[in-house]
Design a protein around this ligand. Structure first.
Ligand SMILES: Nc1ncnc2c1ncn2[C@@H]1O[C@H](COP(=O)(O)OP(=O)(O)OP(=O)(O)O)[C@@H](O)[C@H]1O
Ligand SMILES: [Mg+2]
Length: 248
């Protein structure tokens, strides 16, 4: 089976979508075939990769998942786009927490090396489905506030999901939008690295305007500004994900 990594944090704007898409590109550049599943009604991952949202969400409704996979303009990266019905599906309550897991299982095991699932900023049914489907959860956190309280809630949701999905574990906490010159960022880093029992990635993603500009060109920062600090951060992260065996 491919490694299934869910990128989750109920806090908004912490870098989930950026991490799902840029890590996908970094892994693809390292020769892996990567599927990005957009499980967020905002469809930011879908549009950021230059893919049109579809009417009916292939990951949660509609026909067989294989028919809903779209090739992106990024070599080695495929996408299951978010559907325009995703918000409604989530609001009315998904019928089961294993819809996405079952659909991914129907893909077979040799088409992709990794599946990255981008979650909305909530711990609702879409995120629960993404956790039920995953081997590992990656948790981006922004270094501009004290994130540990929010993490307690997320880790509780991970533990809950792990009762039905014993494979599930935290793959790593990722510091994003890091500003080394800011005292607060260094304090947050110190706190996260010393107080958290969960693994924390050595790679850190710096705050970098190129990272924010890239999606409007339908590019990852690695393609948009290859020599930028943000691109280096995500290339390093992809390497670390491989070194840690989260993807083989
Ligand atoms: N390292 C970075 N440097 C500068 N800007 C960044 C960086 N990472 C992400 N951003 C920008 O910050 C905003 C939030 O990032 P992103 O969309 O990845 O977060 P998110 O957690 O997916 O948000 P949401 O919870 O709404 O889904 C975006 O405009 C993105 O381009
Ligand atoms: Mg997002």
């Amino acid at each position: 089976m491919p490694a299934i990594l869910t990128v989750a944090n109920q806090k908004g704007g912490v870098g989930k979508t950026t991490t799902a898409t840029c890590l996908a590109h970094g892994l693809a550049l390292a020769g892996r075939r990567v599927l990005v599943v957009d499980a967020d009604p905002q469809a930011n991952a879908t549009s950021g990769m230059g893919v049109e949202p579809v009417a009916s969400s292939p990951a949660f409704a509609g026909g067989p998942l294989a028919g809903g996979i779209v090739e992106t303009p990024w070599p080695g990266v495929w996408c299951v786009p978010a559907g325009l019905d995703l918000q409604r599906l989530a609001a009315q309550g998904l019928s089961s927490a294993t819809l996405l897991r079952d659909r991914l299982a129907s893909l077979g095991d040799d088409r992709f090396d990794a599946v990255l699932i981008d979650c909305p900023p909530s711990l609702g049914g879409l995120t629960q489905n993404a956790l039920a489907a995953a081997d590992r959860v990656l948790v981006p956190i922004q270094c501009e506030y004290y994130p540990l309280e929010g993490l307690v809630q997320l880790l509780g949701a991970v533990r809950h999901a792990a009762r039905a999905n014993p494979r599930l574990a935290v793959g790593g906490v990722l510091l994003t939008m890091f500003e080394p010159a800011a005292d607060l960022a260094r304090e947050v880093e110190q706190e996260v690295r010393t107080k958290l029992d969960e693994p924390v990635f050595t790679s850190v993603i710096p705050r970098d305007a190129a990272v924010a500009e890239a999606p409007s060109h339908c590019l990852s920062v690695i393609a948009y500004a290859p020599r930028s600090p943000g691109a280096r951060g995500y290339v390093d992260l992809a390497q670390e994900v491989l070194e840690r065996g989260l993807v083989t």
